[in-house]
Design a protein around this ligand. Structure first.
Ligand code: EPU
Length: 424
């Protein structure tokens, strides 16, 4: 087993380059299954979840070639949709549900192993995915043994779909299925996150007809086939935000490169409220903090609201702010599993249902902590980098699901973090 060992208390300086967006990549890679001919995907993040998606494609029989560090080519010359090896890999990540939309769209049937992944919010329902597939004319069966089977014996037909909940996963999954549905599909009350727009742009680049992505109404006119092409995944909003939060917590002066500043505005504004200096350039942001951090209030909401996936990292910053900060989590029922870990580092956090109240402390101290999930783990890395003394973080596999080359990137900006083997 491995853990991170961090000696904190050092400001961060220099430059860090952000990788491709995880939550776009985990949908775009399965979507490659829908493409005829060579499909080249650039700016692919080198993270466990995306590697697993490519492994699943390979198990199916898709030819996957890595062209360089961040570019992959896929070619679907005929696939086998069901194999035990494939199902074993699917069970290891929640985003495997995007194979339903891609397989159903292309082949009129899909079978996937039930999703796993971060489980911070208790049950993570997929009723909206199922509702969308059924509206398009598919039959869905969820088995007790962990499989979801979806079939559309008469093909999919474009329909009007109104989502009861704004959900990223269902918006992307039903969008995938509707690409080849006959006629027009109109999806309303959909999610607007940058990765929704990225998936639509990818599919359109390959010949789909999707309009309105990024608004709350998406219209899809079915096409016969997708042709090959090249597409570059957008930079990861949350990875960028995590380094912004790290610079705020530790102090220093960091240039964060390969970002879309517009996607970071909600995070930049909140950090500015806290007294952090943010400068925006065309494709980078500079984050500088030398003075005291001020307390603030934040509520997570679907985009363009403050992203839930940045809430734990901001909590780590709030732990060091002057005064009392408040967080209201508006997306996941409970996402405060970092609270006990941060408390063991000297933080003062009280959690009441969907709210956390954080009384800032002058400093955090190193401790032995456990990453409860991906973003909570990122919050612990930030806290460890800012804290005085030695912090160890175990269960780092959860963190590495979402952050490419974390050790190398943090070390390059002056953080003292290394990997250590230990016996459980
Ligand atoms: N929901 C339903 N029914 C559904 C689907 C969702 O009620 O059928 C509810 C959920 O319970 C939740 C809300 O809708 O309260 C939002 O869920 P959403 O479907 O948007 O989340 P997701 O697609 O499962 C993705 C990201 C998460 C991120 C959320 C919200 C991936 C693989 N995961 O999850 O990312 O928190 O959107 O933005 O894209 C992360 O990166 O750390 C992460 C957890």
């Amino acid at each position: 087993m491995e853990k991170y060992v961090i000696h904190g208390g050092k400001p961060l300086h220099g430059e860090v380059t952000i990788s491709g967006a995880k939550n776009a990549a985990v949908a775009i890679v399965p979507a490659a299954l829908m493409v005829d001919g060579p499909c080249i995907i650039e700016n692919v993040p080198d993270i466990v979840d995306v590697k697993l998606q490519f492994e699943i494609l390979k198990e199916m029989g898709v030819k996957v070639t890595q062209l360089d560090a961040t570019t992959f080519q896929t070619e679907n010359n005929g696939v086998e949709l069901e194999s035990e090896a494939m199902f074993r890999r699917m069970r290891r990540l929640r985003a495997s549900y995007y194979f339903i939309g891609a397989e159903l769209g292309r082949y009129g049937r899909a079978k996937v192993a039930m999703p796993g992944g971060c489980n911070f919010g208790g049950i993570r329902p997929i009723d909206q995915h199922i509702m969308g597939f059924e509206k398009l004319g598919a039959f869905v069966r969820v088995d007790n043994d962990g499989y979801i089977t979806v079939i559309a014996p008469e093909g999919l037909k474009g329909r009007h779909i109104y989502f009861d909940v704004v959900t990223v996963g269902a918006t992307m999954n039903v969008m995938l299925a509707a690409v080849f549905a006959k006629g027009q599909t109109v999806m309303e009350n959909v999610a607007k996150e940058p990765h929704i727009v990225d998936l639509a742009n990818f599919l359109n680049q390959m010949g789909a007809d999707i309009r309105g992505a990024g608004t709350d109404k998406i219209t899809i006119t079915g096409v016969e086939r997708l042709h090959g092409g090249t597409y570059s995944i957008i930079p990861d909003q949350i990875e960028a935000g995590t380094y912004m939060a790290a610079a705020a917590a530790c102090g220093g002066d960091l240039l964060i490169k390969n970002v879309i500043p517009k996607h970071l505005e909600c995070i930049s504004t909140k950090l500015e409220d806290m007294g952090v200096l943010i400068e925006e350039y065309d494709d980078s942001v500079r984050v500088k903090r030398c003075g005291v951090l001020r307390h603030t209030t934040l509520k997570t909401r679907p985009y363009p609201g403050f992203p839930t996936d940045m809430q734990p990292q901001m909590a780590a910053v709030m732990c060091l702010a002057d005064g009392t900060s408040h967080i209201t989590e508006g997306v996941w029922a409970s996402r405060f599993r970092y609270a006990d870990e941060l408390e063991s580092m000297g933080a003062h956090i009280k959690v009441f249902k969907e709210t956390a109240i954080i009384d800032g402390v002058p400093e955090l101290r190193g401790a032995d902590v456990v990453a409860p999930d991906l973003r909570a783990g990122a919050a612990l890395v930030i806290a460890g980098l800012a804290a005085y003394g030695r912090t160890t973080i175990s269960q780092i596999g959860l963190i590495e699901r979402g952050y490419e080359n974390l050790i190398q990137k943090v070390t390059a900006i002056g953080g003292d973090i290394r990997l250590e083997e230990f016996v459980d």
